[in-house]
Write a protein that binds this ligand. Structure first.
Ligand code: ZN
Ligand code: ZN
Ligand code: ZN
Length: 139
């Protein structure tokens, strides 16, 4: 069984070709992928609605997470093991490349702990950084 199939099984999801292909596609890329990129790779094999649905399911189950790029476009990347159904716990930094606009998930050693004033409840901390990615840097 390949890794995508294994992930689906682990999360109690039916192993469909579309879900498997989405997962492999996301996993093979260094950056978080957009709908447009996925649609391109699926040309003719699955329609937009099917793709949206599959992505939503994968996100809901804690297999992939969504991050908005600087233009507000949703991009998807693989989750870490800490994510579970309806609860994402991806403790890493999102690096936004100012040139290609791609977003990269970057691990961080010490994730900040924040003590909030009384009465505040934390649901999520998002770390983000901007700059130039390694690919753009070489050009
Ligand atoms: Zn996650
Ligand atoms: Zn770049
Ligand atoms: Zn990420």
């Amino acid at each position: 069984m390949d890794r995508s199939a294994h992930l689906l099984q682990e999360h109690g999801l039916r192993n469909t070709p579309v879900r498997r292909k989405i997962l492999s596609f996301i996993e093979e890329r260094k950056h978080a992928v957009s709908h447009a990129e996925l649609e391109d790779s699926f040309k003719g094999e699955a329609d937009r609605v099917t793709l949206y649905r599959a992505l939503n399911t994968l996100e809901e189950k804690g297999i992939v997470h969504k991050v908005l790029d600087r233009n507000g476009i949703a991009r998807y990347a693989m989750c870490q093991d800490a994510c579970t159904v309806h609860r994402h716990d991806d403790q890493h930094l999102h690096f936004h490349c100012n040139n290609c606009k791609n977003v990269f998930c970057i691990p961080v050693d010490d994730y900040p702990m924040v003590v909030l004033p009384v009465g505040f409840e934390l649901s999520k901390i998002q770390l983000s950084a901007e700059g130039i990615c390694d690919i753009c840097k070489q050009i």
